[in-house]
Design a protein around this ligand. Structure first.
Ligand code: URA
Length: 251
């Protein structure tokens, strides 16, 4: 990488101060780059390599960050909302350019990737790469063999074209542990893997076979599996290896 970012722009992108405030902080000698007091707010730095401090404290200036959030229910996938909490309220990072990769409904829980890497985010959502997403749905009713065959082949959910082939795995009694809320009244829990991201797609797919969704939880996104150590509302940075795999699946 290169020294291509002005220090005042960097601090403002990180949400730490405005460019004017940064100018003042520089004047006051409060900002240093690699141990040298910064003399101009126009000084250019390499955010991934230079060591920046503010009043002696290190500043995390990395260009890109990648977080895996276990989204709780009742939270909106948006940067801001006048009425409801949003997923960004859970991320303690002042960067102003963070966004969620894709959208989970307010009542959907589970894995949400949050980053400021626009290029990767865009690729992961592009229909070109068919990134697989697995959901665990608690449904009303029990899928028949015909339902499963229909969901796997592609169903008409009222769009121009039927859904792309999907994978369906009912979690029958005695099967793998489910993370859905048993108090929901769901008759069956089902793992559904899709490679598209249409509006309310999972709910509409189950609706199409007459088995509405009562609970919905995303357990994986591409190569990323939701970390079982994360309680709802908790997040962690993804590992280097996870990032490598994520980049690979959208290449
Ligand atoms: N499909 C849905 O119907 N809802 C979600 O939140 C995600 C996928």
């Amino acid at each position: 990488m290169a020294k291509d970012t002005r220090i005042d722009r960097l601090f403002s992108n990180l949400g730490l101060m405005t460019r004017n405030q940064c100018k003042k902080a520089v004047k006051g000698g409060g900002i240093a780059v690699n141990g040298e007091v910064c003399r101009s707010e126009a000084e250019k730095v390499d955010p991934d390599a230079d060591k920046v401090t503010w009043d002696g404290r290190p500043v995390d200036t990395r260009r890109f960050v990648y977080y895996m959030l276990n989204k709780p229910a009742g939270v909106i996938t948006a940067a801001r909302d006048p009425k409801s909490p949003t997923v960004m309220d859970y991320i303690f990072d002042l960067r102003t350019d963070l966004f969620a990769v894709g959208r989970l409904d307010k009542d959907t829980t589970g894995l949400l990737l949050i980053t400021n890497d626009g290029q990767l985010g865009h690729r992961l959502l592009s229909p070109r790469y068919h990134v697989a997403k697995t959901y665990e749905a608690g449904i009303s009713g029990v899928l028949t063999e015909n339902d499963i065959a229909a969901l796997e082949a592609g169903v008409d959910i009222g769009d121009d074209s039927p859904t792309l082939p999907a994978k369906v795995r009912p979690l029958n009694a005695g099967g793998p542990q489910s993370s859905c809320d048993d108090a929901s009244g769901a008759a069956q829990k089902v793992l559904l893997t899709i490679t598209e991201g249409r509006y309310h797609q999972v709910k509409r797919m189950f609706e199409a076979v007459g088995k509405p969704v009562l609970t919905l939880h995303r357990s994986s996104f591409g190569p990323l599996e939701l970390d079982p150590a994360l309680n709802p509302g908790e997040y962690r940075e993804i590992t280097e290896d996870e990032l490598k795999q994520l980049k690979k699946c959208a290449q």
